[in-house]
Every structure is written in structure tokens, then in C-alpha cells.
Design a protein around this ligand. Structure first.
Ligand SMILES: NC(=O)c1ccc[n+]([C@@H]2O[C@H](COP(=O)([O-])OP(=O)(O)OC[C@H]3O[C@@H](n4cnc5c(N)ncnc54)[C@H](OP(=O)(O)O)[C@@H]3O)[C@@H](O)[C@H]2O)c1
Length: 382
């Protein structure tokens, strides 16, 4: 029985992870849950999975949760310290890091320091501080298993192969809901339109990032650190059907890919059960029914956001953290109706222009750079 701490349990990934746990009684137990403010959903999860420790983002949410659970309440903590306590809980054998945004970095880093194997959905942990997190994981002998479907695909396509023989990684992207929207319509795209993802149901931030292709840029940064591959050997390919989840090309020109239906329970269960695979009753991949798979290059003129990730990696140090913070700020403003869709990439580019990167020495410094980027972006959108 593997005992799990799930960080971000009330989110899209967290809920699907708990669905996998519920489908496999006796295989997993829930030791700890960390969430933000959705105490109604968290209370249901506590009743269903009976964790030892729970954390929420602030004291008010903790009070409300205590009230809702009454005498049946486990220990309830709050804030960064609470999420870190869940991430380092001695009773947990595995940590699923699925908090959204830069807020997930401290708890991921704490899990690594505590020597816990991590299933990583929170790509921002590696975007903000990939070099540090991966170095500490290697020093502590900690396994980081990707949950992002593209990185899970690459991880699976690397299995049994020699890493020195990799020529390039190819990250596929659905292209998002605006793939066919012409350049002159981009400024008029509404939040509702940008949130209508054709293939995946995800949290709001990552869905908007999919619409701008910033998500793919962040995934390039994630892949750069997770697989230790230089950015000029990581390519992006638009694949609207989202069946080929990513590929690895080897030095002999052969390409290994992983295919599956668009259901995050696939990569989630792969990470949770690794090195085993578990039988899941997900809909099978019926390629005859899919009929054809299409591919096209990404268009940097309509979707400039992904190019900023390469630029940030080239700038190095704190630049990816500043970019990530800027994106968080401006996406929040877009969702609140305070700026146009095409302002997202423009503002992020302006923030990157202004950033003077420093060599990255600590998690605190990465978070400070992300906060700086966010403040700069918010100042620009007014
Ligand atoms: N969804 C996907 O299919 C998918 C695929 C690949 C990668 N990812 C990555 O996985 C991560 C989570 O994505 P998601 O789509 O699941 O996001 P989401 O649906 O927005 O959920 C975010 C989760 O994080 C919690 N949270 C937010 N701020 C927090 C804080 N300060 N302290 C503690 N908990 C906090 C939220 O709590 P409350 O809701 O309770 O406030 C919620 O449980 C992101 O990094 C995303 O890029 C997601």
C-alpha cells in the first residue's frame, strides 16, 4: 500500500488523482491533502479518504474546514508551512505535487529535501528553479516522475534507451482553442473563448496558457531540466488530436512516441504506480476511429508566447522565474477582463526585456524573481 500526500487535491489534477485512488482500493492510501480555499470540496475528500493531516491556504479557510468537519477533523494546518508539512509528512511514501503556479515550488522543494519521491504536475517548480530542484533531487537520490502528459510521454519513450543517444525531444501541443483564429482577431478573444479547450479539462491558468501556447513554452523549460537536454534540442509540434503525447528522436533518426486518449488519469496513474502499470478502465485508444493524425509547426507570429520561454532559458538564472511570474499576473488580469488576450504575450515580453537575470542560488530567490515578474506585469496592465 503506497501512502500519498496530494498537494493541490481540490484542483483538476488532484481530483483526478483521488479518482484513481478510489478506483483501486487497497493499492493506495491518502496520508495528507493540501489545498487552497475550496474547503467544501476538501471536506468531502477528508470524509472519503481520511487523511492524517490537511492544509489550506489561510487561517480563515482552516477555521471554516474545522467547523465543517467537527469532531471527525484530522489535524488542519495552513499557509506555506501547512503545505510543506503535508509534503514532508513522515507517513507519506509519495508526494503528488499538483498545486497551480509558483505557489507550488516551496512544497515541491520541501518534499525533495525530505527525500520523498515526487509525482510532478506543478511544472512551475521546474520553470522557477529547475536547476536547483533537479540538483537537490540528484544529491538526495529522489525520483521525480513527470505527471504533465507530454513529459510522461517522453519519460516513457526514454525507458530502456541510452540518454546519450537522444537527438531531440519533440513536445506535442494541441494548439488550444484558438489554433485557427487569425492574427487580427486575437485582441478580441474573450476569456470564455480562451477557456474552451478542445481536448483537455484543466484549471483556468493552464487552459489560458494552452490558448497562448505559453504552456508549451513552460513545458520546454520543464523538459530542459527534467531530462537535462539543451533547449535547442527541444522542439514543439502542433498535433490537434492530442493522441501522440510527445516523442523522442534518437541519433539514428528513429522516433519513439507514446500514444493514448486525452485523459490525465493515464499519466497520473503511471507516476503513482511507477515502476508498475495498473489496470485502469479508461476508454481505449481506437485509432481506426480517430482515422488520421495531423501535425503542423507552431506559428510564432500568432502565438509568440512560446518563443519567450526559449529566450528566458537563454538569458538564464532568474529569467524563467520572472517570465512565469509575469504570465501568472497577466493571465489573472485577462481572466478578470482587465486586458486583451494578445496583451498576455506582449506584457510577458516587455517584462523579460526589463529583467536583469541573476544566477539562481535559492528557492527564495526564484520566488522573488517570479514575484517581481508578476508585479511588473500587473503594473503594465493597470
Ligand atoms: N489539469 C491538467 O490537466 C494539467 C496537466 C498538466 C499539468 N498540470 C499542472 O498541474 C498543476 C495544477 O493544475 P490544475 O489544472 O490541477 O490546477 P487547478 O485546477 O487550478 O488546481 C490548483 C490546485 O492548487 C491549489 N492551490 C492553489 N494555490 C494554492 C496555495 N497557495 N496553497 C495551496 N494550494 C493551492 C488549489 O486549491 P483551491 O482550489 O482549493 O483553492 C487547487 O487544489 C499546474 O501546475 C498545471 O500546470 C495540469
Amino acid at each position: 500500500m503506497k501512502r500519498l500526500s496530494i498537494l493541490g487535491s481540490t484542483g483538476s489534477i488532484g481530483v483526478q488523482a483521488l479518482d484513481v485512488v478510489a478506483r483501486l482500493p487497497g493499492r493506495f492510501a491518502v496520508a495528507g491533502l493540501a489545498a487552497g480555499r475550496n474547503v467544501e470540496r476538501l471536506a468531502e475528500q477528508v470524509r472519503a479518504f481520511r487523511p492524517l493531516l490537511v492544509s489550506v491556504s489561510d487561517a480563515a479557510a482552516a477555521g471554516k474546514l474545522r467547523e465543517m468537519l467537527g469532531g471527525a477533523s484530522p489535524e488542519i494546518l495552513h499557509g506555506d508551512a501547512g503545505a510543506i508539512a503535508v509534503a514532508t509528512l513522515p507517513e507519506a511514501d509519495f508526494v503528488l505535487a499538483a498545486i497551480s503556479g509558483g505557489a507550488g515550488l516551496r512544497s515541491t522543494a520541501a518534499a525533495v529535501e525530505a527525500g520523498k519521491p515526487v509525482g510532478l504536475a506543478n511544472k512551475e517548480s521546474l520553470v522557477l528553479a529547475g536547476e536547483l530542484v533537479m540538483r537537490r533531487a540528484s544529491e538526495r537520490g529522489v525520483t521525480i516522475l513527470p505527471v504533465d502528459s507530454e513529459h510522461s510521454a517522453i519519460f516513457q519513450s526514454l525507458a530502456g534507451h541510452n540518454r546519450d543517444e537522444v537527438r531531440r525531444l519533440i513536445l506535442t501541443a494541441s494548439g488550444g482553442p484558438l489554433r485557427q483564429v487569425p492574427a487580427d482577431r486575437m485582441s478580441a478573444v474573450t476569456p470564455a473563448e480562451a477557456l474552451r479547450h478542445p481536448n483537455w479539462t484543466m484549471g483556468a491558468k493552464i487552459t489560458i496558457d494552452s490558448a497562448t501556447l505559453m504552456n508549451k513554452g513552460l513545458e520546454v523549460i520543464e523538459a530542459r531540466w527534467l531530462f537535462d537536454v539543451d533547449p535547442d534540442r527541444i522542439d514543439i509540434l502542433i498535433h490537434p488530436e492530442s493522441i501522440v503525447h510527445s516523442m523522442v528522436e534518437y541519433v539514428d533518426g528513429q522516433v519513439v512516441a507514446q500514444l493514448g486518449v486525452s485523459d490525465m488519469r493515464g499519466p497520473i496513474s503511471y507516476a503513482l504506480a511507477h515502476p508498475e502499470r495498473i489496470a485502469l478502465d479508461l476508454p481505449p485508444l481506437d485509432l481506426a476511429r480517430v482515422g488520421h493524425l495531423t501535425f503542423e509547426p507552431p506559428d510564432p507570429a500568432r502565438f509568440p508566447a512560446f518563443t519567450l520561454a526559449y529566450r528566458a532559458l537563454e538569458m538564464g538564472g532568474t529569467a524563467p522565474a520572472a517570465l512565469s511570474g509575469a504570465d501568472e499576473g497577466v493571465v489573472e488580469a485577462f481572466l478578470a477582463g482587465r486586458c486583451a488576450f494578445d496583451a498576455i504575450a506582449r506584457v510577458c515580453a516587455e517584462v523579460l526585456d526589463r529583467h536583469r537575470p541573476e544566477a539562481l542560488g535559492s528557492v527564495d530567490q526564484a520566488i522573488a524573481a517570479s514575484d517581481w515578474g508578476r508585479a511588473q506585469a500587473l503594473r503594465r496592465v493597470g
